[in-house]
Ligand binder design. Structure first.
Ligand SMILES: Nc1nc2c(c(=O)[nH]1)N=C([C@H](O)[C@H](O)COP(=O)(O)OP(=O)(O)OP(=O)(O)O)CN2
Ligand SMILES: [Zn+2]
Length: 139
């Protein structure tokens, strides 16, 4: 039988607060562009992240990857740096990067890719709210 390619996804939720504010824009521009999300004292989200890994379904184990290993990588790359944090103040990456969900997806991609086997990370999908969803595939 030829090799089969599978996709596995693990879902993880975390809570964090942030403020959408760009240091390269004036206060007026920040207020105009980001509106209520530019509130000086920030606001919070219960984020849900889907991490999808692509790979060969191993003939011996029947797995693309052991989901128990994926769970540990997610703990390192997502939960430890982000859960119950102020993204802008607690995560050095966001000191000069606006903490939009697009940029958060890039941060998570860059963190996950360091832990996973080469070329295995397929997609990071983040639900910032029930209605606001961002997908990043490393491009
Ligand atoms: N392209 C992006 N636009 C916005 C982002 C983002 O990350 N990328 N983020 C925000 C705010 O941080 C915030 O998430 C918006 O929340 P809110 O408007 O409350 O969310 P909903 O649209 O789901 O709420 P409803 O008011 O119920 O529609 C803004 N833009
Ligand atoms: Zn927000």
């Amino acid at each position: 039988m030829s090799e089969r390619i599978g996709f596995i996804t693990r879902v993880q939720s975390f809570s964090a607060c942030h403020r959408l504010h760009s240091k390269s824009l004036s206060d007026e521009e920040n207020k105009r562009i980001f509106g209520k999300c530019n509130n000086p004292n920030g606001h919070g989200h219960n984020y849900t992240v889907e991490v999808t890994v692509r790979g060969k379904i191993d003939r011996n184990t029947g797995m693309v990857m052991n989901l128990t290993d994926l769970k540990e990588y997610i703990e390192e790359a997502i939960m430890k740096p982000l859960d119950h944090k102020n993204l802008d103040l607690d995560v050095p990456y966001f000191a000069d990067v606006v903490s939009t969900t697009e940029n958060l997806s890039v941060f998570i991609w860059d963190s996950m890719v360091k832990l996973l086997p080469p070329d295995s990370l397929y997609e990071i999908k983040i639900y910032e709210t029930d209605k606001n969803i961002v997908v990043y595939r490393g491009e």
